[in-house]
Ligand binder design. Structure first.
Ligand SMILES: Cc1cc2nc3c(=O)[nH]c(=O)nc-3n(C[C@H](O)[C@H](O)[C@H](O)COP(=O)(O)OP(=O)(O)OC[C@H]3O[C@@H](n4cnc5c(N)ncnc54)[C@H](O)[C@@H]3O)c2cc1C
Length: 461
């Protein structure tokens, strides 16, 4: 027997949750399908929340080491990694309760089972105990997320060579860690483990990490990472990695060099997670980047099937996935919602934190004949001095007249929060003067906006 729902959402991560809640708020009967025992997706269990919980402890430990004159501080030898994410249980349990209540409040039927398309209107579900049922719908949202890409020359065994989903299953904090990759996940984990005292080496074929970010930010990231004791190895082609069967992972590079570390993290991008979904039975296929293609309304072009979140590719952020999920459901029922905002902030929770919105200096130079850039260093800001957050910088990129704000970039603690002030200025098309004419709380790091804006104004032609 098959049950019918107005809307079936596959995957309970940020995209699936918001899609399901939106459809139910429109008065539809909704089933949310999740193959894992837990609800919340990789965001909650393997991605955003665990990595940020570890980061909080890494920051505390780094700060305690910096305050050596107050107390001598050393981590225990053979420290279990679980100890460093001990608050995770509480965070996850609070999140789980909140999420379950939200689903119940909205009358959403949560079904735990692995979904597989039988046709464009039928999904077969296999429960953990092996029971098979089927549900039907004339509207689907695929929100099955992504999984780590495993390059063929890196034998990931989740014991010595990890991917970004398994790295936190390491039992003990290793003495050294090799990180292959230089994207967001690689940079976050590399700097977090380095702050914890692990000797980290980042290896990548590109000359610098986080290539999509402003150079000022990435240079400061590398400088801070190396100042903590980390090593950045750019322009390095990895040919092979292997566990030597005894005490180290060995990475062979083009040119013959071998780099050794106790453990290795491979962060080589992520692919759409449709391995078990059999999308071909619904008439869908992956594009040549291994993702589900959608148009701007998140429609796949097949029957009434929409897709949202990591499964459709960049920006592959929990923040964007939530909004895509909400929009997919609105669009499925022709609810007018306007175009999706293109001014998305990027937040990198490395140590130090990095964030940017709008055009980087390089992008602005490519698009405009001339630009004006204003900077503020956190060491000049009272709050930076008080809180010991002196290793930071905020930069505003403006047009040639020094009026229109084109982009804001921030490095330093609080960057991912502070960026939203710049985002609002960009979205409201404000002149840079808004940062000088508005009164901000004092002392705050937000004062950096005023200092950088004054720097722009001084350079006006
Ligand atoms: C280490 C790391 C750190 C990150 N940090 C951040 C951050 O700081 N900020 C940020 O915005 N983003 C961050 N992200 C990205 C963020 O986690 C993802 O963008 C987000 O989780 C994507 O949401 P989603 O709903 O598309 O998929 P997911 O969260 O992956 O959820 C997909 C769900 O679908 C389920 N599923 C899959 N196949 C099936 C099936 N056949 N049947 C039933 N269920 C199925 C899965 O079990 C899973 O629960 C991070 C990611 C990683 C890996």
């Amino acid at each position: 027997m098959s049950t019918f729902y107005d809307m079936v959402v596959i995957g309970s991560g940020p995209a699936g949750q918001k899609a399901a809640i939106q459809a139910s708020k429109l008065g539809k009967s909704v089933a949310l399908i999740e193959k894992s025992r837990e609800t919340g997706g990789s965001c909650v269990y393997r991605g955003t929340i665990p990595s940020k919980t570890l980061r909080e402890n890494a920051l505390r430990i780094k700060n305690m080491r910096m305050n050596a004159e107050i107390a001598n501080f050393e981590l225990n030898e053979d420290l279990e990694l679980a100890t460093l994410i001990n608050r995770l249980e509480q965070v996850l349990s609070a999140h789980d309760t909140y999420l379950s209540n939200q689903l119940i409040r909205n009358g959403i039927t949560l079904i735990h089972g692995r979904g597989r398309f039988v046709s464009e209107s039928e999904l077969e579900l296999t429960s953990v105990s092996g029971d098979v049922t089927s549900i039907q719908s004339d509207k689907f949202v695929i929100a099955t997320g992504s999984y780590p890409r495993h390059p063929s020359h890196i034998p990931i065994d989740h014991e010595n060579i990890f991917d970004s989903d398994s790295i936190l299953s390491m039992l003990y904090l290793p003495k050294s860690l090799l990180v292959l990759g230089s994207g967001v996940i690689a940079s976050e984990y590399a700097s977090i483990f380095q702050a914890l005292g692990v000797k980290v080496t980042m290896i990548d074929k590109y000359p610098g990490p986080l290539g999509f970010l402003d150079n000022d930010l990435t240079e400061r990231f590398v400088h801070a990472f190396e100042a903590m004791g980390g090593t950045w190895r750019g322009d390095t082609q990895v040919e092979e990695a292997r566990w030597n069967g005894f005490d180290a992972v060995e990475v062979s590079c083009a040119g013959g060099e071998v780099i050794r570390g106790e453990k290795l993290l491979c962060a080589a991008g992520r692919l759409a997670n449709v391995r078990e979904l059999q999308i071909e039975n619904a008439g869908l296929q992956l594009n040549d980047r291994g993702l589900i293609s959608v148009d701007e309304s998140l429609y796949t072009g097949v029957a009434n099937i929409y897709a949202a979140g990591d499964v459709i590719g960049p920006p592959s952020l929990a923040s964007a996935s939530m909004e895509q999920g909400r929009r997919a459901s609105c669009n499925a029922y022709d609810i007018p919602i306007g175009k999706m905002q293109q001014t998305l902030p990027a937040g990198i929770y490395s140590i130090p934190e990095l964030s940017s919105v709008g055009l980087s200096e390089r992008q602005a130079k490519d698009m405009y004949p001339s630009i004006i850039v204003g900077r503020a260093h956190f060491e000049e800001i009272a709050r930076g001095q008080i809180s010991g957050i002196q290793d930071g910088m905020l930069k505003i990129v403006c047009d040639a007249e020094g009026r229109k704000v084109l982009g804001v970039m921030i490095v330093g603690e609080g960057a991912t929060e502070l960026i939203h002030i710049g985002q609002m200025a960009l979205l409201s098309d404000a002149d840079v003067d808004i940062f000088v004419e508005s009164i901000f709380n004092f002392p705050t790091l937000a004062e950096a906006y005023r200092v950088a804006a004054l720097d722009v104004i001084e350079q006006r032609p």
